[in-house]
Design a protein around this ligand. Structure first.
Ligand code: ZN
Ligand code: ZN
Length: 360
């Protein structure tokens, strides 16, 4: 949760961006960005920032919540937010307005053009997301709690595991435990994929029973006070053949090597390459079909992307996942994922759950 004063200092750090965008005001429409800059957690809101004022627009449902959560001037709109907001654009004599080009709806943009006629609209992309890459100590503490809740839910759910349970049963058990342990909700739809289905990197849990002598992949995250965690573990249900066990060893070695490479100054592409090189040693790199990881925080996928093309250098305070995987069609997949925080001299793996192969 944002500490008192935290959102106003974040807004201050945005000021240089006004100059960069040559705009006299900024319009924030992405809800996670609205939350980050104002503290407001409702599902309908927009933020208008000028050099010295911060106006939060929402609808009558959120009137008291908005003023409780936010230190911004709250404006309650009776109809479309952009209509009311445009009135203020005129009232404050804003001539040029930067907007979040990748996170505004077509409708909002059209309404702005209609109601704030004559105002120069300037497309801006990723400005707040860039600020959000570096987490404050309070944010890191919240993510830590989220990670702990997530791992505790995983452990508790597996205490109730029995073969023949369906993938959906296990997913439901996990999400129930998560909420009992203090999560607001799951950060994303829990993935439980058994056997050959584990070869689908983003499988949906099904009504199929979990059979013995195969892999079982679980990818899950909690959302605690707005902040996500993300973890994948792959277990063996019964006996695995030597090929699949070797796959597991390869992914584990790749994951450990990539975690080892995480420190300030190292580029994301280098961390990604480290993970791939280990898999190449096993002849499995072609079966690794996604990026090594991603930033997370108020959203489950944030910058930086820990992938081949991301040149961003890691900095202390970034929170990322490290999650190499190998997927063999018809046989199954192994992925091992931790949530990791970059520290001044290296990194700290926040996820406490063990990574050695567990046989159920
Ligand atoms: Zn995940
Ligand atoms: Zn992930």
């Amino acid at each position: 949760m944002a500490e008192a004063g935290e959102s106003s200092s974040r807004r201050e750090r945005l000021l240089p961006l006004f100059r960069e965008a040559r705009a006299s005001a900024l319009l924030i429409t992405a809800l996670p960005n609205v939350r980050y800059l104002s503290g407001f957690t409702g599902s309908n809101g927009a933020l208008l920032l000028t050099g010295d004022r911060a106006l939060l627009f929402t609808d009558p449902r959120y009137e008291s919540q908005a003023s409780q959560e936010s230190d911004c001037e709250v404006k309650i709109a009776k109809g479309a937010l952009m209509k009311d907001l445009s009135k203020w654009i005129r009232r404050l004599r804003i001539r040029s307005l930067a907007f979040e080009q990748n996170r505004i709806s077509f409708e909002d943009h059209q309404q702005l053009r209609e109601h704030a006629e004559g105002v120069h609209l300037k497309a801006l992309s990723g400005a707040v997301e860039q600020l959000r890459m570096i987490k404050s100590n309070a944010e890191i503490a919240t993510i830590k709690t989220s990670v702990q809740v997530n791992s505790a839910a995983f452990e508790q759910a597996f205490r109730h595991f029995k073969p023949s349970m369906t993938e959906l049963d296990l997913a439901a058990e996990i999400e129930y435990r998560m909420r009992r342990l203090g999560a607001e909700r799951a950060a994303f739809e829990t993935i439980v994929a058994a056997g050959a289905r584990s070869a689908l990197p983003h499988a949906r849990a099904t009504e199929l029973p979990i059979q013995p002598d195969q892999l079982l992949l679980v990818d899950m995250g909690a959302n605690v006070a707005g902040y996500s965690s993300d973890m994948t573990r792959t277990h063996a249900v019964g006996k695995l053949g030597p090929k699949v066990r070797r796959m597991y060893r390869a992914v584990l070695e790749s994951q450990l090597a990539a975690v080892d490479a995480v420190k300030p100054g190292v580029s994301c592409t280098n961390v990604d390459r480290t993970a791939r090189e280990v898999l190449r040693g096993f002849g499995l790199e072609k079966l690794f079909v996604h990026s090594t990881g991603h930033g997370l925080g108020l959203e489950i996928h944030e910058r930086p992307r820990v992938g081949r093309k991301e040149r961003t250098k890691l900095e202390a305070g970034m929170v990322i996942t490290i999650e190499p995987g190998v997927y063999q069609e018809g046989i199954g997949g192994v992925r091992i994922e931790d949530t990791v925080v970059v520290t001044p001299h290296g990194c700290e793996v926040l996820t406490p759950t063990r990574k050695e192969l567990v046989v159920l």
